[in-house]
Design a protein around this ligand. Sequence first.
Ligand SMILES: NC(=O)c1ccc[n+]([C@@H]2O[C@H](COP(=O)([O-])OP(=O)(O)OC[C@H]3O[C@@H](n4cnc5c(N)ncnc54)[C@H](O)[C@@H]3O)[C@@H](O)[C@H]2O)c1
Length: 248
Amino acid sequence: MNTLLQEKTALVTGAGRGIGAATARVLAQHGARVIVSDLDPVTAQATAQEICARGGAARALEWNVADFPRIPEKVAQAASFWGRIDILVNAAGITGTAAIEDITPEGWDRMMNIDLKALFFCTQAVFTRMKAQNYGKIVNISSLAALRGGRSSDASYAAAKAGVLNLTKCFALQGAPFQITANAVCPGNILTPMARDLSWSQKDPKSYIPLGRYGEAQDVANAVLFYASSLSDYVTGDAMNVNGGLYM
Ligand SMILES: NC(=O)c1ccc[n+]([C@@H]2O[C@H](COP(=O)([O-])OP(=O)(O)OC[C@H]3O[C@@H](n4cnc5c(N)ncnc54)[C@H](O)[C@@H]3O)[C@@H](O)[C@H]2O)c1
């Protein structure tokens, strides 16, 4: 076991599968105690059990991040496992594939609630604790769509993920006096369960991705590890592209 994150506690949302689960595994491999939270308690439990079976420390937490009134209670529950939260990774999210003319006000609100508003209020609740301990690492999962617009994912998703990049800078600016860093990772086309719904997953990656393959959840988790660790202590308000060269 690597000791890069020894004595650190990480809370990862959306960690039942995909990028969140890979992130929980990587942080645990580097010594962090991980709270594996997800809307789906079964997958959260499975990820936590897998980490523990490999000698890591993990606890599962059922948590719908868009249940706004319960956010303070859920963050308090997460903090109670090991007494603090040093690292917050906001990976919970949904996507959509509606064309511009098919987006409804209800669909728009659902996207904003889960991908943007929930990320803000979950971070707000953890931010207060990080300020009190004068230490924190916030890592937000944005998207390539935040930079170039939504093509296979819809416009509300792209707008929410662009908002995530701006919120990352707000947390970075207001967290800096308290040694809290906030950074984002912008994944390109990553093969996770979410990708099954997106048209790009049917294409040959060699035909359009410079590195000739789709990303794995682990590729994104490795970038999160950098921002979650002391390796990035002098980096804040930043965003890293993990896309095989797709955005150049
Ligand atoms: N897969 C990609 O190509 C890609 C590209 C760019 C960005 N992303 C982003 O990465 C993040 C993870 O995506 P993924 O590909 O692993 O997707 P995924 O669908 O495989 O996993 C998302 C996880 O989030 C959970 N979740 C959804 N809504 C939730 C809620 N309200 N509360 C708590 N948990 C909730 C799901 O249960 C699931 O376990 C998302 O924010 C997504 O937008 C993914």
